[in-house]
Structure formats: structure tokens, C-alpha cells
Design a protein around this ligand. Structure first.
Ligand code: COA
Length: 358
């Protein structure tokens, strides 16, 4: 279908796809959106990788980065965004019909990993005839996929922008995901509760204080409560609980060093010029994880965005993100940023031993 903002398409591979856990999916559908045109040299590709509950319609969830004159400009670039394996927005996932049984996979959908998602996107890349991606960009779980992809196909991405992401999912992140899956098992409103837990990890004390502060004295009916309820309900209306479980499991399995001699060995393979962006107040993917990436990816720069928004900062702070990416693409970023940042951490830790910098 030709969409006013892009071309929404679905590609089907009717051949078995073996996932890392050993299970076989008899068929793979890939839902993707493209914007703009692939030029003759095929060198104007931006590949966007979406996060946990995102979809292939970048113009909807990153709308401030999207459009003429902006970073994701369809007049200049051929922009591709594909829905990830296991999601519920068109690519094969628990709400797809299993051709072998004629019914939806539901809870029978197999365990999948970030590596499986990358393999699916590889099929699409091959189908589109793309050999080189000028820029790969993605946050959170999208960033996890790009890291994995850049390690597997070292020459694919000329440049990478990885936001609020990590090289391996942390025990803390897995614990948040497990708490959400426990909520999912409970009752009919499990997905709402899971989202409410997730919101606590996406945001933090400061941003709740700033945006959900009461204006009047009261005993009940607090704004923070209705915010949590609203966010839960909103996700329930648009997302599939089985997908949520499967995708959070895939996130837990993210470990770029698995079978490769460890994280540092794996990241060393990445040949792309890389910009790592962290959000200072992110408690889910804390800045130390982006620091590690910047240290271990050979050609990497680190940018820390000072924002109260926590993990959600990569979606909300679009002006700051755009400015950072622009200067990176133009080659005008300050090369010493990582050192300055490290020095700041060192000084602060001297002042307050044993405490966090932010
Ligand atoms: N009671 C009820 N609803 C409330 C509310 C309250 N006290 N305060 C705000 N809301 C509503 C807003 O009206 C708004 O509604 P809408 O989405 O229908 O327009 C919604 O909650 C979001 O408001 P808010 O969170 O304050 O906006 P924001 O600009 O700070 O953040 C998002 C926008 C999209 C980033 C955020 O809402 C969100 O969904 N975060 C999760 C996204 C995500 O998945 N992040 C992680 C990716 S791994």
C-alpha cells in the first residue's frame, strides 16, 4: 500500500527459519516501511531499528526527527524500518497464524533472540539489494539489534548511532522484564500492570515530580496514579501480551559476546564510525553501559544528553538527539567528549565516594 508518509510492505519467505533456540518457524513475514528512493549508487540508505513496542512506521514514533530538512529526510535518503520478529505489527510473531496448524501461535511461539531478529532483517536487506547502509540508527532494543548486526556484518554500516542501549542486557534490566512477565501471568489486566512497571524504568523520580505533581491537597485520585493507569490501558489497546512476553525474553538474551569470547572481543569487530548517545538520568540503560560501548567499539564517540526524562529521553529529546547526530555526521563532534565525561565522573566520585555521578 502506498502511504502518504511512506510505503508499507510485507515480504513473505515461505521457507523454514531456524531460530537460535533450535525451533523452526515454517514461514517468515516481514512488515516494513520505506521512505524516499534508493539512489542508483545504492548509497543513501538509513536503516532505523525500532524499540520494544515500536513498529515500522518511524514517521509516527520519531516524528520530530522525520521529514524534509530533518535527520530522517525522505527527500535525501532511502529510509527503511522493519518490524522486529516476535512483534505484533505485521512481522511473524505470536499473533501470526502458524501455517503448520492453521491457528495463531499464541503462547506456543518459540523463544527467540536478538540474533534471530537480525537474521530476519538480513533477509529483507538482501531482498532490497542493499549492500551498504550509510547510517544505522536505533534506541534501546533497536540499538541492541544494530550492535548485534554490526558485529555479524562488520562492513555493512558506514555509520551507527546507538541510543540508550547496551552490549548485553543487565541483571537489573532482566529483573524489570521478569517483574513485567509476572504481572502478565496474573490476570486479564496483566499487560497494563506490566506497562506500569515498565514506565517506572523508562522514567524516574525527577520526571514524575516535574510532570505529575499535584496542584492541590488530596487523599486519593493522584495524577501519578491516573498516569500509570492511562499508560497501561493505552498499551493494552495496541499490543499483544504474548508478543510482550516473547520480546522481553529476547531482550534478556541479548549478549553480544555470547560464543565470541566475550563482549570486548565482539565489539572490537565493529568497523562503523559510531556515535553512542546516553541519557544522564536513564536508570534502565544507565550511562555506564554506553560508556562501555564507547570504550570497546574501536571508532566510537560518546554523547551524554542531560535530561530528566530517563530512558524515554531517546524518544522525547529529539532536538538534542538531532543536534548530536548532525554534528557527528558532519564530523564536527568534539573528539574528546569521552575523556571529558570520564574526568567529570572521576572528579565527582572523588567528591562523593561510593555514589553515582548523576
Ligand atoms: N493522567 C492520565 N493521563 C496522563 C496524565 C495523567 N496524570 N499525564 C499525562 N497523561 C497522558 C497524556 O495526556 C498523554 O496522552 P496521549 O498519549 O494520549 O497524548 C500521555 O499520557 C503521555 O504523556 P507524557 O508521558 O507526559 O508525555 P511525554 O512527552 O513526557 O512522553 C512518551 C511521551 C510517548 C515518550 C511517553 O508517554 C511514553 O509512552 N513512554 C513510553 C514509551 C516507550 O515505550 N519507551 C521505552 C522504549 S524501550
Amino acid at each position: 500500500m502506498l502511504h502518504s508518509k511512506g510505503r508499507e510492505q510485507r515480504l513473505t519467505f515461505a521457507t523454514p527459519f531456524v531460530v537460535e533456540s533450535g525451533a523452526v518457524l515454517p514461514q517468515i513475514d516481514i512488515q516494513y516501511t520505506t521512505y524516499g528512493r534508493l539512489n542508483e549508487a545504492k548509497d543513501n540508505v538509513i536503516w532505523v531499528a525500532h524499540a520494544l513496542t515500536g513498529n515500522a512506521a518511524v514517521h509516527e514514533w520519531w516524528q520530530d526527527l522525520f521529514g524534509p530538512g530533518r535527520l530522517l529526510d525522505p527527500d535525501r535518503y532511502f529510509i527503511v524500518c522493519a518490524n522486529m520478529l516476535g512483534s505484533c505489527y505485521g512481522t511473524t510473531g505470536p499473533n501470526s497464524v502458524n501455517p503448520a496448524t492453521g491457528t495463531e501461535y499464541g503462547s506456543d511461539f518459540p523463544l527467540i533472540t536478538i540474533r534471530d531478529m537480525v537474521q530476519v532483517h538480513e533477509r529483507l536487506r538482501d531482498h532490497l539489494g542493499i549492500e551498504r547502509v550509510q547510517l544505522g540508527i536505533g534506541g534501546s532494543m533497536g540499538g541492541q539489534q544494530l550492535i548485534e548486526w554490526a558485529v555479524q556484518r562488520t562492513g555493512l554500516f558506514e555509520k551507527l548511532v546507538l541510543l540508550a542501549t547496551n552490549a548485553e542486557h543487565s541483571p537489573w534490566g532482566i529483573a524489570f522484564n521478569e517483574a513485567q512477565r509476572m504481572a502478565l501471568q496474573k490476570d486479564g489486566s496483566g499487560l497494563e500492570a506490566a506497562r506500569a512497571i515498565a514506565m517506572l524504568s523508562y522514567r524516574n523520580y525527577a520526571i514524575f515530580n516535574r510532570k505529575q505533581q499535584e496542584q492541590e491537597e488530596k487523599l486519593d485520585g493522584f495524577r501519578a496514579s491516573s498516569y500509570q493507569q492511562y499508560q497501561g490501558e493505552k498499551l493494552r489497546q495496541r499490543f499483544d501480551p504474548h508478543s510482550y512476553r516473547i520480546l522481553t525474553k529476547a531482550m534478556d538474551s541479548h549478549q553480544v559476546g555470547r560464543g565470541r569470547g566475550g563482549r570486548a572481543q565482539a565489539l572490537k569487530r565493529i568497523q562503523s564510525d559510531t556515535l553512542i548517545i546516553g541519557i544522564a538520568s536513564d536508570i534502565l540503560f544507565p550511562v555506564r553501559e554506553q560508556e562501555a560501548l564507547a570504550r570497546e567499539i574501536p571508532s566510537a564517540q560518546l554523547r551524554i544528553i542531560e535530561s530528566d526524562y530517563g530512558h524515554d529521553g531517546f524518544l522525547v529529546e529529539t532536538n538534542l538527539v538531532q543536534a548530536a547526530v548532525r554534528s557527528f555526521l558532519a564530523g564536527t563532534s568534539k573528539p574528546d567528549r569521552l575523556d571529558v565525561y570520564r574526568e567529570k565522573r572521576r572528579l565527582q566520585s572523588l567528591r562523593l565516594p561510593g555514589t553515582e555521578v548523576f
